[in-house]
Design a binder for this molecule. Structure first.
Ligand code: AMP
Length: 174
């Protein structure tokens, strides 16, 4: 049994990390509880089922944790969208603004196939810049993002404004 039924109770908010004004959503307590971790993966798999996917693409770095579990649960392959300079093969690249700072992400050119349906996965949807950049990379390679699955959506930051056409599947909206 979970000691709490609410997934929110396994996400710790750390104020002013990594910069003043940021309320950081720390997923460590959730990962430390196997039942809570299983529950979020089961929920995300169930909610994403109607959209269909041929492959999961997960975003560096905490997105890898949830993306890996979800790909295994759905029985599909996993690909990585990484921060600049980490991938060994030929990449496609794009830059974007973060809630804090600026970043560049990359994907192997052959990570997705033309016409593939992709479930994009990350831990937190904040301003939406990271997910929008990942969607650009996937669409540049002629695949389609059918849904974005995140553990936490920070609703007041209105991250989905960048990609209104793509449904967001989430465990916790706050
Ligand atoms: P964004 O591009 O603003 O939607 O930011 C999403 C990415 O930054 C995700 O990969 C998150 O891991 C991380 N991130 C942004 N804001 C937060 C936050 N408040 N708490 C935890 N992670 C965050």
């Amino acid at each position: 049994m979970l000691s709490s039924d609410k997934i929110e109770d396994y996400i710790r908010t750390v104020q002013d990390f990594p910069e003043p004004g940021i309320a950081f959503k720390d997923i460590s307590p959730l990962l430390d509880n196997p039942k809570a971790f299983q529950q979020v993966i089961d929920e995300l798999a169930e909610k994403s089922a109607p959209y269909g996917c041929d492959k999961v693409m997960a975003i560096d770095a905490r997105g890898f944790i949830f993306g890996t579990a979800l790909a295994q649960k759905l029985g599909v392959g996993l690909g990585m969208i990484r921060k600049a300079g980490k991938l060994p093969y030929t990449t496609v690249t794009t830059s974007y603004d973060l809630e804090y700072g600026r970043s560049t992400v990359e994907m192997h050119v052959d990570a997705v196939e033309q016409g593939q349906n992709i479930l994009l996965v990350d831990d937190v949807l904040a301003t939406g810049g990271t997910a929008a950049a990942a969607i650009r990379l996937i669409e540049e390679c002629n695949a389609k993002v059918t849904a974005l699955a995140v553990l936490v959506e920070l609703k007041e930051l209105e991250g989905q404004q960048y990609f209104k056409h793509i449904p967001v599947i989430t465990n916790v909206s706050c």
